[in-house]
Design a protein around this ligand. Sequence first.
Ligand code: IPE
Ligand code: IPE
Ligand code: MG
Length: 255
Amino acid sequence: MPQKPVQPAQPGVQQLPRHVAIIMDGNGRWAKSRSLPRPMGHREGVKAVRRVVEACRQRGIEALTLFAFSSENWRRPKTEVSLLMDLFVHTIKKEVEHLHRNGVRMCFIGDRSVFEPHMRALMESAERQTADNKQLSLVIAVNYGGRWDIAEAARRLAAKAVAGEIRAEDIDSDRLGQELSGADLPEPDLFIRTGGEQRISNYLLWQLAYTELYFTELLWPDFDDAALDEALQSFAGRQRRFGRTGDQIEQSRRA
Ligand code: IPE
Ligand code: IPE
Ligand code: MG
């Protein structure tokens, strides 16, 4: 389905990102540092999710994408994987009403084909119920990988070309971008990774092309409103150039 065009990010200094994408990392280390089992870290991480969703909504951020489970996280011990899946299902069930009342639109990105039917149904029902909400789009990446996303988009375009709906020579980066997850949202303006690692871990590879990156040593369960405000403050001090020179940006600001 063709997406309606989304206004691209403008060069210059912006006060507030329209879209924030977060890698919520450090739950395990948070638990370990307290001699607690890793699941306790994940449970505490859910509290941080609740805080940050509400804080983003209050600050007028349009979209928040959270990395809940990567396509590589299946490599973890079976017990941790199943704990994470249970926590995911439990949290969606518990939170959807509250989010809906607060005008939050929920959607999920990632490969759902591997999930049990009850889990897929839960995700679809949360999406359906909250589809018309306008306060904040909350995107949850689950069994998501940036390479999978790009490969899926390429596969869909190839299928359209084979079916004669498009010509191979019509495929360009705009066309491919429209097939990616989250194409109905502005691209992330600000990326935050907690937990101290400075890597992308197969998150939104394409979508992050011009995103401002922010890394913090804070472990995800410790991330709160003040930590979010620090990241937002860092963003507000940056000049986004998109290939132009700083002088060009200054000139167009004065014009
Ligand atoms: C992030 O915390 C949560 C998920 C990946 C699901 P981790 O579980 O990766 O925490 P650390 O990196 O081991 O501390
Ligand atoms: C990235 O965290 C995935 C999520 C937060 C869901 P990881 O903890 O899995 O990342 P790596 O393996 O350290 O790169
Ligand atoms: Mg980690």
